[in-house]
Design a protein. Structure first.
Length: 557
């Protein structure tokens, strides 16, 4: 950036220009035989210290808009029509030199990405990844970068940060990975923080902590926040203004209170009315047990020294008993890192564990991989991170049909294709898109594809690991209804892992509250939600109901 350009930027800032001004932004993607307009004529501004929320369903263009601001789209596949403008502190970023954009990225404008597992380098430790930002932009030495990294990890609520410095992304829970991403984004005290679903993978108590942290940092640093989310409760709690997007366009924008109190556009009214409704199906108390676990333990060794000897253990799951009956849903709730996902993986025999595990009355704990293979069709899982669990080299049709082919369910290719189409239709994906690849879908659409892959095999037992965390409110409600309908028709047994207690209440008839690998409280859903006994459970419910009250307008923030 030349001296004259810097001078022009300073003059513009002093003249009352907004910190960021976007005008007539468009994004076109060149696909075989056609051009798709992902963003069409989007305009908004962002002032210093302000929080602006971009809200809309999956595929509405929110994330593409955010990526456009820092020129992070896959060019030349993506392009901007003439007239698209992104001005930061009076400086036009559209078409700016790569060198200048690299100076701004991560330093002046930082971003928290939606899917931390694919955004973090799997080969680097937490210390190296967070420290790299400080080394490149701040010029800190390694000792100072380590101290600042520890400070950031404490700020974002990671327990035992000293031990997490040497951890790799796969060794962290989904929520912990998201918090590492937040720490990286805040490392250089940016002017603008673009937060793309920053609390999607976090439980309600950590959500409250992270939102409070972001607001405190915003007040202290005068930082502006562009918040991309489908959670309207969070929007009402933290945002000053909101832009509602659908079909790549902003259909309504204004102050949060005005939009929530008197929405004008039909789409905005639809969003505000959408949330998971209903209650769990009436399950038979005497229904047969599909899967049970007794004194299940998963301990990961902590190795040190030259010989890498185990000096201690991380007790991820520490003696849990669980029973899941036909037609029942057992909800497993707790903070990130409490052992929820590890328990689900252990019950499916996807990781080693101790204790007894029985499926359909048969002990499966000691079975070898080959002996387990015939049971895999009946025991399925929907993973938390759909982008990481879907092969980028397979089309959607191949992903959904792979299990059918492996287990020899369809008699021929025509029948397999019909089952693929039916599975995609059930989860709301256009079967005509089955020849496309995962990267061509939004986060919510990818999650629906993951659900279709599991349901195509008609299983008896399904572990649902945060299946709605990446979905907007209206699709959450659709997926909950879909899961409930599938359960009623096929008497499916669900182990439903989630930090969203509203979704758990709508689907689970029994709840297991887990903390630090142990059961804190266990009982019928109504009892756990209406009359929790343990302080930890009460804290979870309080955090969830506060957000719910904000969303409904009961609490004034």
């Amino acid at each position: 950036m030349s001296v004259s350009e810097i001078g022009q930027s300073q003059v513009a800032a002093q003249a009352g220009e907004p910190l960021l001004r976007v005008r007539d932004l468009g994004v076109r993607f060149r696909l075989p035989g056609r051009i798709v307009a992902a963003v069409d004529g989007v305009s908004f501004s962002l002032d210093k210290g302000e929080t602006l929320a971009l809200v809309g369903e999956s595929g509405s263009g929110k994330s593409v808009t955010a990526l456009s601001l820092l020129q992070l789209l896959p060019y030349p596949l993506a392009s901007h029509p003439p007239g698209s403008s992104v001005v930061y502190r009076g400086e036009e970023l559209m078409g700016a030199p790569d060198r200048r954009l690299r100076q701004i990225r991560g330093n002046d404008i930082s971003m928290i990405f939606q899917e931390p597992m694919t955004s973090l380098n799997p080969l680097h430790t937490v210390l190296k990844q967070v420290g790299e930002v400080l080394l490149l932009h701040k010029g800190l030495n390694r000792e100072a970068a380590r101290a600042r990294t520890l400070e950031l990890l404490r700020l974002v609520g990671i327990r035992e940060p000293e031990r997490r410095l040497s951890a790799y992304p796969h060794e962290l829970s989904g929520g912990q990975r998201q918090r590492v991403m937040i720490a990286m984004a805040l490392a250089n005290d940016p002017d603008i923080l673009i937060a793309d679903e920053p609390t999607t993978a976090l439980d309600v108590t950590i959500q409250a902590q992270i939102l409070k942290l972001l607001k405190e940092l915003q007040r202290e640093l005068g930082m502006a926040v562009l918040l991309i989310t489908h959670d309207l409760g969070i929007v009402r709690k933290v945002a000053d203004r909101v832009c509602v997007m659908t079909g790549g366009k902003i259909v309504e924008q204004g102050p949060v209170e005005a939009i929530f109190a008197a929405p004008e556009h039909p789409y905005t009214r639809k969003l505000l009315a959408a949330e998971p409704k209903g209650r769990p199906l009436r399950a038979e108390a005497a229904a047969p047990v599909v899967l049970s676990g007794k004194d299940v333990k998963v301990h990961f060794p902590i190795k040190k020294g030259v010989l890498r000897r185990a000096v201690d253990y991380v007790r991820a799951v520490d003696g849990i008993d669980v029973t899941v009956r036909e037609g029942h849903t057992l909800g497993v709730v707790g903070e990130s890192g409490s052992g929820k996902t590890t328990l689900g993986l252990a019950l499916l025999r996807l990781i080693s564990s101790q204790g007894e595990i029985a499926f359909d009355g048969r002990q499966i704990q000691g079975l070898r991989s080959k002996q387990m293979r015939p049971l895999r069709r009946q025991m399925q899982i929907v993973f938390q991170d759909p982008y990481g669990s879907l092969s980028p080299r397979l089309s959607v049709g191949e992903i959904v049909g792979e299990g059918l082919q492996i287990h020899g369910i369809a008699s021929d290719a025509r029948e397999r294709e019909a089952r693929i189409v039916a599975a995609l239709e059930e989860v709301g994906i256009d079967p005509g898109a089955r020849h496309r690849y995962p990267h061509e879908f939004s986060g919510g659409q990818r999650q629906r594809i993951a659900i279709a892959r599991a349901m195509a095999l008609k299983p008896r037992f399904v572990v649902l690991d945060e299946p709605t965390s990446a979905l907007d409110m209206s699709v959450q409600a659709q997926i909950v209804d879909l899961l409930r309908d599938l359960q009623a028709r096929h008497k499916l047994a669900y182990l439903f892992i989630s930090h969203d207690l509203k979704v758990v209440r709508a689907l689970a008839d029994e709840v297991l509250v887990v903390k630090d690998g142990q059961v804190v409280e266990h009982g019928a859903s109504a009892q756990i939600f209406d009359d929790p006994q343990q302080p930890y459970t009460k804290a979870l419910m309080k955090a969830a109901f506060e957000l719910e009250a904000v969303e409904s307008g009961v609490v004034s923030m």
